[in-house]
Design a protein around this ligand. Sequence first.
Ligand SMILES: [Fe+2]
Ligand SMILES: [Fe+2]
Length: 459
Amino acid sequence: MGIPPLAGVCTFEEAAQLGLGVDETVSRFVRYAWISKRLVDYVLFWLNPTPEWEVKEALSLHTYLSTEHAALMRARVAEMRNPPPRMDIPPDAEIERFLNEILAAKTTLEKVVAVYGVLRPALLKAYQEHYAAAHKLVDFPTRRVLRMVIAEETETVAWGAAAIEALGGMEPVGEWVAHLQAYLSAAGGITGEEPIPAVPLAPALQTEAYTPDFFPRRDARFVQQDNFVFPPHAVARTDGVSDEEKVLALMCKRTLEMDVPEVMARMIAESDGQPWEYFVEMARQLWDEARHAMMGSVYLQHHGIDWKREVPLHPGFSLRLNQHMTALEAHSVLYTIEQSLMPADTGKKYEWVTAQGEPLAKLFQDYDWADEVLHVHIGRKWGLALSGMTRAEFVAMGQRKALESEHVLEQYADPEKQINWWDGFVQKVLGHPSAVAGHDFTTADPVYRAKPTGIRANI
Ligand SMILES: [Fe+2]
Ligand SMILES: [Fe+2]
């Protein structure tokens, strides 16, 4: 046996076989990239109104992966054709008609089935067939992209299959599935190259321009979702509180962070004319913030805490930013919070230091801090720079909007449900009274306040 030739990519015999040409590869990649863009849209539109926590978690990951996949495909197309074909418009009306029809989904099951039971499995199949048909040697860069994309889409489709099963299966929405399949077939499938059946298409269900709903929702397991009182914000930074209690507060704060993906989904959805890089980086942060919520939930669950029930994981922050601010104002609030997390004595380093005695919390805070470094950069690049303001102006707007919007929760808050739950929670989890037992707390996160006003008595 000699040294493997052709860099081990394939044999001489395999390399002498034919494969797809450049035109076919470009045309397919343009379609995949557009479909990936629409997959991102669905998440941006659906993340807020979909109540199921686990679906929000997965949508956050999958939108990030779709932005990355589209970026890889766009880059590969640009390598092969100069100037590259436009990739910011639908490749043809028929595939767009199918993709639009998905927006007619109403329930979580219909949404999950449309994306994970119909679209993504067809997309994965197209990727696999493309991978098999591409020339192993001359089209190595295409195959490398497809290899990465197939690996991630395989996991995504597997999540979807399990989620569909848990939501009741495909059967109850059989008509919906058949409707979408018919629309996909009428577009010649994902590649547009499959034979189109000669059957009339049922009338479209999504006939009007889609109006997204950015009102954040939680499912019924979050029994305290209407309680906007959230002492952990203040407790985590209150002198005289033990690190043990502060860590518990930090982990509750992390878990609450599902409201950040909700805020970012709306901000990204309403962005106009941004380059694809914007979507990749913003979706990366969206996914990071969902992971921060997961970090908290993992810690709490590991300590036997029924966090969906015990912690009021209210959507107050996303309610305020999505319903009562423009997308730019919302970005200024996010930017201002992130800037304020950098000082070592009060920000992410402080949180990490606080968690020194708890290895799991320390690890989580370590990566939370690292992620925040990236988010500050993303905020500077896609928030501050696009605002046309100076840093001082942008931060001033963020602080003003954050403070101004605190009171809007009053219109959503049933006074009877605004309860300080922290004392009882600490007693139950730590087995002793809280260091701040008896204090009243606000829902606000003091971190973005210019001069922390400390503990205040309102919602
Ligand atoms: Fe975060
Ligand atoms: Fe962040």
